[in-house]
Design a protein around this ligand. Sequence first.
Ligand code: UD1
Length: 371
Amino acid sequence: MLKIINIVGARPNFMKIAPIVREMQRRANDFTPLVVHTGQHYDRAMSDSFFTDLGIPEPDYHLEIGSHSHAVQTARIMTAFEPVVLREKPDWVLVVGDVNSTIACALVCAKLGVKVAHVEAGLRSRDRTMPEEINRILTDAISDLLLTTSEDADENLKREGIPDEKIKFVGNVMIDSLFYNLERAKQLKVSENLGLTEREYAVSTLHRPSNVDDKEIFGGLLTALIAVSETLPVIFPAHPRTRANIERFGFAKQIENSNIRLIEPLGYLDFMNLYSGARLVLTDSGGLQEETTALSIPCLTLRENTERPITISHGTNVLVGTNPKRIKQAAFEILENESNSKDKKIPPLWDGRAAERICDCLSNSSSTFVG
Ligand code: UD1
């Protein structure tokens, strides 16, 4: 019997942990899963609603850390998590993704000699100004089992000197959640209640500090979105950071006068209902690049780099950067071409069964693990 502590902290973690915990519960003879929520995200729309939508069990521990500077947030998570590990003595701690909660909990375990499994290991944007890139590199360097979503991630890890036996290509657990919930999400009426017709609207999300904390860059991105919105409405659920900066930079009027519709962040199922019917998605989110690829929806990534190149080589993603002209041009190319997403393939092992392979790997690695 393996006791596993599963860590969640921020919005993009919840949909990755849900299928893993569900699979562990199904294999009750082999696994005792615990859930620890660090509280990095805490608003209902950023956290609680995901537990309900995804059926994640109530956390066994809630560390209630909240928002702080990177150093304070990371340090407080570590301080609060260490006694949990000492008390529970888990066989493994499982961390997902690249947020501050991921590195904080992995680092606690590495120092205590507790084994760490990192789900979504090996992704690299090669942009060290991104806080997530630092979290990825460091978490991978100290984890015992590196579970990857694509083979380019395996290559990145090998190049960094990580031994082959620690790396397991298991596929994309976020796509497990997507396929598991899609039919339920489609029954909802979010886009209908917004008066939208399928494939006749765009969806945009922006929340990266590099995009929304800089007035000039954010302003340029808005210019491009406004231009797109002249052809089809752009629905824009705004992250708290983004919403605050719209006010701070005085962009609210400009948005109000356009066909961009600023709405509150949506829950997991509500947002799936919205983006799954979109004609086009424009985003700086990592997860959404993958979800649009899995559903063959055209996606423009408003960043200079991506840690998820497979969504470009195998999927619908186009990396367009932050230059408004380039974004407009790419958007109109997509809108003018009716058939642009039909022949796209889904990347290998994005098949809805990654959680099963993750549990298999944990079982196998536990019987062969030598430290
Ligand atoms: C974090 C992750 C990022 C991920 C994003 C998804 C890190 C380094 N970054 O960024 O990788 O893509 O989550 O959402 O871990 N806030 C609220 N309510 C909340 C949470 C945050 O109002 O529930 C506001 C606070 O003003 C806070 C700010 O958002 O200061 C930033 O939150 P934080 O968790 O530090 O980082 P994110 O930008 O959300």
